[in-house]
Ligand binder design. Structure first.
Ligand code: HEC
Length: 127
């Protein structure tokens, strides 16, 4: 019988289409977790999280006697002082009225900026 076979086929095809749609949305959820929700902002560690980001993106210009803008970012007390200077967060968030940092190359990621802000809100612990 031709008709039921066609119907069965159509049902299988729609089932497969639905399956692939839901698989696709699972994939998107995971991607969101990786780049958004999975950004750890509680108990941020200065030594494990903050200093490595600054070493990789800032310290080449902001260390030693000739540090750019006199801002040094090589250790906890220097970073703490730079934050107290009041120009740090605006600079890394590329806000108007601040020099965007790093001056060339990519901006820090949303997660890195959130972690720095969370660490500051947690009282800049030397942890
Ligand atoms: C290629 C060299 C270079 C790198 C890398 C760099 N900076 Fe700078 N930074 C400068 C220079 C030069 C100035 C001073 C001139 C200016 O304000 O543009 C400056 C200024 C600043 C200021 C003062 C900004 C203001 O608006 O007063 C802050 C805060 C700062 N940098 C933080 C950072 C941080 C944090 C990073 C890493 C995310 C970083 N910088 C990476 C060269 C650099």
């Amino acid at each position: 019988m031709a008709l039921p076979t066609t119907k069965r086929l159509l049902i299988s095809i729609s089932f497969l289409a639905l399956m692939s749609l839901s698989l696709n949305s699972c994939y998107k959820d995971n991607e969101e977790d990786l780049y958004g929700n999975n950004c750890q902002t509680s108990n941020v560690s200065f030594s494990a999280t903050i200093q490595p980001v600054l070493n990789a993106n800032c310290v080449s210009c902001h260390s030693g006697a000739g540090a750019s803008a006199g801002i040094r970012l090589s250790n906890h007390s220097e970073v703490s002082a730079a934050i107290d200077g009041g120009r740090f967060i605006g600079a890394i968030k590329h806000q108007g009225g601040f020099s965007a940092m790093p001056p060339s190359g990519p901006k820090l990621t949303t997660c890195q900026i959130s972690q720095i802000e969370a660490w500051v809100a947690q009282g800049k612990p030397n942890n």
